[in-house]
Ligand binder design. Sequence first.
Ligand SMILES: Cc1ncc(COP(=O)(O)O)c(C=O)c1O
Length: 374
Amino acid sequence: MNTFEVFKLFPIAIESAKGLELTNTEGKKYLDLYGGHGVISIGHSQPDYVKRITEQIQKIGFYSNSVRIPFQEELAQKLQKISGYSDYKLFLVNSGAEANENALKLASFYTNRSKVIAFRKAFHGRTSLAVAVTDSPAIQAPINKTDNVLWAELNDIESVKKVMNGDVAAVIIEGIQGVGGVKIPTTEFLTNLRELCTKNGSLLIIDEIQSGYGRTGKFFAHQHSGVKADIISLAKGIANGFPVGAIMINPEIPAKFGMLGTTFGGNHLGCAAALATVDVMLKNNYVENAAKMGEYIFGKLKGHKAIKDLRGKGLMVGIETVADAAEIRNKLLFDEHIFTGFSGGVNTIRLIPPLCITEKEIDRFVEAFDKVTK
Ligand SMILES: Cc1ncc(COP(=O)(O)O)c(C=O)c1O
């Protein structure tokens, strides 16, 4: 049997990794400034993380949500402390799309409404509701198309007001648009959006799957604006590569038995991975490191003649280049052995490296960027 080819692949097979260094099957080393789609938060094969998962699998890897899994409560308590959302509830799933699927479903249950407002250039995942609120018709099958989604423009509150109505259950917005090219909602826009949602009885769902978990130098990107969401969706960095997703839920939204559910979500092994990740983050002050290293990299790249526009916060960096970004990215990978991300529509290279990155690794990137853009 062959694999079902839905991704255009680089001809590179990774065999092992440590920190930000990837090694391929021929022993060639690469610097990882992409973290496999922004997933690796505390570095590859982090020793405490490996130890915790190894010990956990020797005891029990999985049992379903028909029993109490105390690790879920431990994780909820840790997240309460670190996230600034002290009284929210936690529901654990397995991926980002599943987190958004549940966030939207929950908003619809709670409000008894069926419409949702989403933004142009948004990406929220590939399952049914998540892809319906993703602004990419090419990845929506006919079965995903629905008139329940109303579209507005990012940073244009009038465009939201135009479509807001009494049947809107929620507005869903990324903390910072990632796939769309690192586009930041302004503080003024988010503040107005929060107000509008409250006035209309609609929930504000903030998708922090890519921009959250410390990446921007605060636990969530939207916290730079001082607004509060009703539901926050998480995945990617939460368990450093183990598939875990989650939603954090305003305590005013009551849980009812059976309204949400999952077989694998919140299992022992996933929780161990997530707990190890959060502990390592706290122990090493990686949220602060993201802020510091973000300042460092933005300082280094600001005013670079090969850059048309530099966007982002902390370690979520969008570099819109003057020349073809795809070509630059290929040169970075094949000539300089550096993995980066890419947003095609806006000719932008995306850096979403592990939060443990150092100045030395940033210097290596900047040197390579200089070289390939000469
Ligand atoms: C903002 C955002 N939301 C949701 C998703 C979907 O996450 P997953 O691929 O884990 O389903 C992604 C993935 O790139 C994302 O960047």
